[in-house]
Design a protein around this ligand. Structure first.
Ligand code: SF4
Length: 76
Protein backbone atom coordinates (compact mmCIF):
# COMPACT_ATOMS: atom_id res chain seq x y z
CA UNK A 1 0.00 0.00 0.00
CA UNK A 2 1.32 3.46 -0.86
CA UNK A 3 1.97 5.82 2.00
CA UNK A 4 0.44 9.26 2.06
CA UNK A 5 2.86 12.08 2.81
CA UNK A 6 2.00 15.69 3.51
CA UNK A 7 4.35 18.64 3.90
CA UNK A 8 3.13 21.78 5.66
CA UNK A 9 5.05 23.83 3.14
CA UNK A 10 4.15 27.22 4.65
CA UNK A 11 6.41 26.42 7.58
CA UNK A 12 9.33 24.95 5.63
CA UNK A 13 12.63 26.60 6.55
CA UNK A 14 14.30 25.21 3.42
CA UNK A 15 17.27 23.56 5.10
CA UNK A 16 17.03 20.64 2.64
CA UNK A 17 17.34 17.91 5.28
CA UNK A 18 14.50 15.91 3.69
CA UNK A 19 16.06 16.20 0.23
CA UNK A 20 19.43 15.01 1.54
CA UNK A 21 17.90 12.01 3.29
CA UNK A 22 15.31 11.02 0.69
CA UNK A 23 16.09 12.56 -2.70
CA UNK A 24 13.89 10.05 -4.55
CA UNK A 25 10.78 11.55 -2.97
CA UNK A 26 11.58 15.16 -1.97
CA UNK A 27 12.95 18.08 -3.95
CA UNK A 28 13.24 21.82 -3.50
CA UNK A 29 10.76 23.84 -5.56
CA UNK A 30 12.71 26.43 -7.55
CA UNK A 31 9.68 28.75 -7.56
CA UNK A 32 9.34 29.27 -3.84
CA UNK A 33 12.46 27.54 -2.47
CA UNK A 34 10.50 25.15 -0.25
CA UNK A 35 10.45 21.38 -0.02
CA UNK A 36 8.07 19.56 -2.38
CA UNK A 37 6.97 16.06 -3.26
CA UNK A 38 8.51 15.05 -6.57
CA UNK A 39 6.02 15.23 -9.44
CA UNK A 40 5.82 11.50 -10.05
CA UNK A 41 4.55 10.90 -6.51
CA UNK A 42 2.09 13.76 -6.20
CA UNK A 43 -1.54 12.96 -5.53
CA UNK A 44 -2.40 16.08 -7.57
CA UNK A 45 0.27 17.23 -10.05
CA UNK A 46 -0.44 20.85 -9.14
CA UNK A 47 -0.14 20.35 -5.40
CA UNK A 48 3.48 19.84 -4.29
CA UNK A 49 2.48 19.28 -0.66
CA UNK A 50 0.76 15.88 -0.88
CA UNK A 51 2.20 12.60 -2.13
CA UNK A 52 1.19 8.98 -2.62
CA UNK A 53 4.53 7.25 -2.25
CA UNK A 54 5.21 3.54 -2.89
CA UNK A 55 5.93 1.45 0.16
CA UNK A 56 9.55 0.91 -0.88
CA UNK A 57 10.31 4.52 0.11
CA UNK A 58 8.72 4.23 3.54
CA UNK A 59 12.00 4.10 5.45
CA UNK A 60 13.55 7.13 3.79
CA UNK A 61 10.32 9.15 4.12
CA UNK A 62 10.20 8.22 7.81
CA UNK A 63 13.83 9.28 8.22
CA UNK A 64 13.07 12.61 6.58
CA UNK A 65 9.95 13.13 8.72
CA UNK A 66 11.85 12.29 11.91
CA UNK A 67 14.74 14.58 10.98
CA UNK A 68 12.83 17.64 9.75
CA UNK A 69 13.78 20.31 12.33
CA UNK A 70 10.31 21.87 12.28
CA UNK A 71 8.34 18.59 12.13
CA UNK A 72 6.20 19.48 9.15
CA UNK A 73 6.45 16.19 7.21
CA UNK A 74 3.47 14.02 8.11
CA UNK A 75 2.88 10.38 7.19
CA UNK A 76 -0.68 9.13 7.15
S1 SF4 B 1 13.45 18.98 6.33
FE1 SF4 B 1 11.57 20.10 6.80
S2 SF4 B 1 12.17 22.25 6.95
FE2 SF4 B 1 13.85 21.16 5.95
S3 SF4 B 1 13.45 21.42 3.76
FE3 SF4 B 1 12.47 19.49 4.38
S4 SF4 B 1 10.35 20.02 4.93
FE4 SF4 B 1 11.55 21.92 4.85
Amino acid sequence: MPIRVKIDRDQCIADMVCVSLCPDVFEMDPNDGKASIKKEFRADPNDPSVGEVPDQYKECVENAANSCPVNIIHIE
